[in-house]
Ligand binder design. Sequence first.
Ligand SMILES: NC(=O)c1ccc[n+]([C@@H]2O[C@H](COP(=O)([O-])OP(=O)(O)OC[C@H]3O[C@@H](n4cnc5c(N)ncnc54)[C@H](O)[C@@H]3O)[C@@H](O)[C@H]2O)c1
Length: 252
Amino acid sequence: MRMKDKVALITGAASGMGAATARLFGREGAKAVVVADVLDKEGEAVVADIRKAQGKADFIHLDVTDEAGWKGVIDQTVATHGGLDVLVNNAGISGSAEQDLYDTAAWNRLMGINATGVFLGMKHGIAAMKKGGRRGSVINLSSISGIVGQGFIHVGYNASKGAVRLLTKAGAAQHGRDGIRINSVHPGLMPPMRTSGRTADPETRAKTLKGVPLGRAGEVDEVAYAILFLASDESSYVTGAELVVDGGLTAV
Ligand SMILES: NC(=O)c1ccc[n+]([C@@H]2O[C@H](COP(=O)([O-])OP(=O)(O)OC[C@H]3O[C@@H](n4cnc5c(N)ncnc54)[C@H](O)[C@@H]3O)[C@@H](O)[C@H]2O)c1
């Protein structure tokens, strides 16, 4: 039971890696898993799955770009479950459906959800952890796109994921003495996002796959287990780190 006694909030947990992480935290005995997303029906379904497996979970509607919404979700989590121990800033959108890689509206959307959404989560999540006097762990979902550039994705995706990488390190530097650890996770070739365009295209995927030393795409649970390690006390001396989960793609 690697999440015993821990209250965890996961954004974008209605789908993909967020949903896999929520289910895993449930199986690992979390005191509560708060599933937050803009997709209510899908989020409720994840909660139902967790409860069916004897886990404890709630769904809360949250648009991560909405600061008042963040305050409400954090307040509700603390009031219902007595505090916050783990925050997974996972919600995100892809830049691979954009034709114009410099489209300004897309830049604002990508930075708003992928970067400002994480900033707001850190701002309000860390404040709640500090106020409760609890040690905490924040895990921010970046990407290999936060480490290297790609020619076929809107530049705002790389920029937003790069922002997440350094936001993580700045937070780690500032909050270590509060007992709060902050790390980033960098998945590589994974099942496509709901908002994927070119990265969902079989031809593009086959090309990317050629550069993956492990010779296959990753699975959502393989990222969820990396997040679990950073959320649990097993990683008690790990902060400001970037955990790459890409089958070796950026190693070569
Ligand atoms: N799938 C990949 O190839 C891949 C690779 C590297 C990194 N990532 C990152 O991992 C994270 C999870 O991606 P995924 O593959 O599970 O994608 P997904 O599309 O399956 O899930 C993303 C979730 O975020 C939610 N979301 C989007 N905008 C939101 C908002 N404004 N407020 C709240 N929720 C919002 C969506 O509703 C969805 O449930 C993202 O941050 C993504 O950028 C994905």
